[in-house]
Design a protein around this ligand. Structure first.
Ligand code: MG
Length: 253
């Protein structure tokens, strides 16, 4: 989709001071990562002759979807309690499986799944002096590092200052106040209408959703190489030349 055909009009990048990225499915191809991880899980299940980890992970994701939709303010503990109850295992078992299969094991697979051109968008935003933030429902700092990307502000749902999943508005409010930028001078970039678009809407903030298909009323883009990002990527050295930014990650802790 070109900038001129966005349903809500072109993005005035010169007015944007803060770009808030979602991470999963936005900075990398989530379908590809999940396929690769499923393969590993199946090999692991074959070795251990147990489908328990797969069942726990599926239930955990389902519980988090429900807690997000309910705007739960106690999701950090409830996600483990609910999953443990439904799978009749201990909360410690759930935590161990989640840490292993959601937080750590995907890290070495992530670089192969990074979205094409996203590093140039980050570099272009940096070159223009814009603040980059990441707001994720899952721990984000290690994944961001694995993707070879860095941001000025990295905030995750489980951070003590947040404690809610998108589309609860508190996480984005925290990012806006950390950046000291009003919602009118910020834009959200995500992959889910019911989470990323919705949380931006709750602040009257613009958003762009990464999607292979147009969505009625929603501003979408297919790729980070789309025309919509050209105004700041075309100023960079040509593709193939090294692109880097010297920013360091500031987490909320
Ligand atoms: Mg996402």
């Amino acid at each position: 989709m070109t900038a001129s055909t966005l349903p809500n009009g072109p993005v005035q990048w010169e007015r944007v001071r803060l770009v808030v990225f979602d991470l999963d499915g936005t900075l990398y191809d989530q379908r590809r990562l999940r396929t690769m991880m499923l393969l590993r899980l199946l090999i692991d299940a074959g070795r251990s002759r147990s489908l328990t980890s797969i069942r726990i992970l599926r239930t955990f994701r389902h519980c988090r979807e429900q807690l997000g939709e309910a705007l739960a303010t106690d999701f950090a503990s409830r996600q483990y309690e609910l999953t443990a109850d439904r799978c009749t295992v201990s909360q410690e078992t759930v935590k161990a499986v989640v840490e292993e299969w959601i937080d750590h094991r995907p890290l070495d697979v992530l670089p192969a799944c990074r979205c094409r051109g996203v590093e140039r968008v980050f570099a272009g935003l940096t070159a223009q002096g814009k603040t980059i933030a990441v707001l994720s429902d899952y721990p984000a700092s290690e994944k961001l590092r694995a993707l070879g990307l860095s941001a000025d502000i990295v905030v995750s749902a489980a951070d003590p200052e947040v404690g809610v999943l998108k589309p609860h508005p508190a996480g984005l409010q925290y990012v806006l106040s950390r950046a000291q930028v009003p919602a009118q001078a910020a834009i959200m970039v995500g992959d889910r209408v019911d989470r990323d678009w919705a949380v931006a809407q709750s602040h009257g903030m613009r958003a762009l959703i990464r999607s292979s298909k147009p969505i009625a009323g929603v501003d979408t883009f297919r790729s980070y190489e789309d025309e919509i990002f050209r105004s700041f990527t075309e100023q960079l050295p040509s593709v193939g030349a090294p692109v880097s930014s010297s920013r360091s990650i500031r987490t909320s802790s």
